[in-house]
Design a binder for this molecule. Structure first.
Ligand SMILES: C[S@@+](CC[C@H](N)C(=O)[O-])C[C@H]1O[C@@H](n2cnc3c(N)ncnc32)[C@H](O)[C@@H]1O
Length: 322
C-alpha cells in the first residue's frame, strides 16, 4: 500500500478547529502522556491493521509517520467503547461488522481541514464560468468537510448571478458523517470569517446573540442552495446524478494513491457537462493520473475532447489504413 496523505496541516481532530457545534478540547495531558507511557498498547501490527482497514474502506493511504495521529484519534474510540486494547478493538470491529463503529472509526481517521474561500483564485473563475448560463447551475463539491467550501461556492453564485436565490444548486458530499452534521447546521465561530470582507460576511451570515455570542450562522437562503449527503468516493455507486457545471474535488485526492485517483477521475467524466470545470487542490495534479482532462488554469481542469489515449488510438487506426 503506497503511503500518501501526509499533507493538510494540523490535526483538526485534536480539537484545534471549531466545528460549529462543539468546542474541541486540546487534551495536552494525553498528548504528553503519549510521548512517555501510553494508555493503551499500540503495536506496529495494530498500526498496519488500521492502515489496511482505512485504505480498504475509504481509500485513505496513511503514511508511516501517522502512528501518533492514529493512536490519539482511535484511543478515543477505545475509551468510548470501553475496550482495553487496540488489538481487541480491531478484532471487534472486523468480526462484529457494527456499522456505527465502522462509521466512528472512519470519521476518526479523516482529516477535515478547510476554510471559507480557501484557494481564493478558484472563485472568480467559477463566477465567470456561471455568469452567462441559461440553465440552472449545478455543482458538486465532493469532499465538503464542515461546509465552508460549498457555502463559499454558494456565496460566489449569489454574487455572480446578482441574487440571494439564484437558479443554482450545490450537492455537497463527504464520507465523514460528523463533518456533514456541522456543515448542515451552518454554524461557525465568528473568527472563521476573519479573512472575509465585512460586506460579504454581513450579506451571508447572521450573528449570534446572547448564548450564541461569538457564533455566526449562514443565512437560510444560502443553506437552501446546498444539499449535504454522505458519499464515499470509493463506493461502487454514488447517490448523485449530473451533469454538473463544475466539480470541486479539492484536497482529498492527496489521501489516495494513483490508481484510486485515476478511477475516481474516470467516474467524474460522464457526470460533467461538456464545458464543465474541475477544481483541484493546490498540491494535486490530475494530468499524471488521467488523460481525460486538460489544464485550464492553475489547478482548474476541463474535459479534453481529444484525450491522449483516444488520439493515440486514432493515430494507430490511421496508420493501418494508409
Ligand atoms: C482536507 S479535507 C478538504 C476539504 C475541502 N475540500 C477543502 O479543500 O477545503 C478532506 C475531506 O475529504 C474527506 N474524505 C476523505 N476520504 C474520503 C472518501 N473516500 N470519500 C469522500 N470524502 C472523503 C474527509 O472526510 C475530509 O472532510
Amino acid at each position: 500500500m503506497p503511503a500518501a496523505g501526509s499533507g493538510c496541516g494540523r490535526d483538526v481532530k485534536q480539537g484545534k478547529q471549531f466545528d460549529g457545534m462543539r468546542f474541541g478540547v486540546v487534551n495536552s495531558v494525553r498528548q504528553n502522556k503519549s510521548d512517555t507511557a501510553k494508555e493503551f498498547e499500540f503495536t506496529p501490527r495494530d498500526f498496519e491493521r488500521v492502515r489496511g482497514l482505512i485504505y480498504k474502506r475509504a481509500g485513505i493511504a496513511l503514511a508511516e509517520s501517522k502512528q501518533e495521529m492514529v493512536y490519539s484519534r482511535l484511543a478515543r474510540r477505545l475509551r468510548a467503547t470501553g475496550i482495553r486494547s487496540f488489538e481487541a478493538y480491531l478484532d471487534a470491529l472486523e468480526s462484529k461488522g457494527d456499522d456505527n463503529e465502522w462509521e466512528a472509526f472512519t470519521n476518526a481517521l479523516t482529516t477535515n481541514l478547510t476554510s471559507f474561500f480557501r484557494e481564493a483564485h478558484h472563485f472568480p473563475i467559477l463566477a465567470e464560468h456561471v455568469r452567462h448560463r441559461k440553465d440552472p447551475v449545478s455543482i458538486w463539491c465532493c469532499a465538503s468537510s464542515t461546509g465552508e467550501e460549498p457555502y463559499s461556492i454558494a456565496m460566489t453564485l449569489c454574487e455572480a448571478l446578482g441574487t440571494m436565490t439564484p437558479q443554482a444548486h450545490i450537492i455537497a458530499t463527504d464520507i465523514d458523517t460528523n463533518v456533514l452534521n456541522t456543515a448542515s447546521n451552518g454554524i461557525y465561530a465568528i473568527d472563521r470569517l476573519d479573512k472575509m470582507p465585512p460586506e460579504r460576511a454581513k450579506r451571508f451570515f447572521l450573528r449570534g446573540k446572547g448564548a450564541q455570542e461569538g457564533l455566526v450562522r449562514v443565512r437560510p437562503e444560502l443553506r437552501q442552495m446546498v444539499t449535504f449527503k454522505q458519499l464515499n468516493l470509493l463506493a461502487d455507486s454514488w447517490p448523485i446524478s449530473g451533469p454538473f457545471d463544475a466539480i470541486f474535488c479539492r484536497n482529498v485526492m492527496i489521501y489516495f494513491d494513483k490508481p484510486t485517483q485515476s478511477k475516481i477521475l474516470a467516474r467524474f467524466v460522464p457526470l460533467m457537462k461538456p464545458d464543465a470545470l474541475l477544481f483541484a487542490g493546490h498540491s494535486e495534479n490530475f494530468l499524471y493520473v488521467s488523460d481525460a482532462f486538460k489544464l485550464r488554469g492553475k489547478t482548474v481542469y476541463e474535459l479534453d475532447p481529444h484525450p491522449t489515449g483516444a488520439r493515440h488510438a486514432l493515430a494507430r487506426r490511421l496508420e493501418k489504413t494508409l
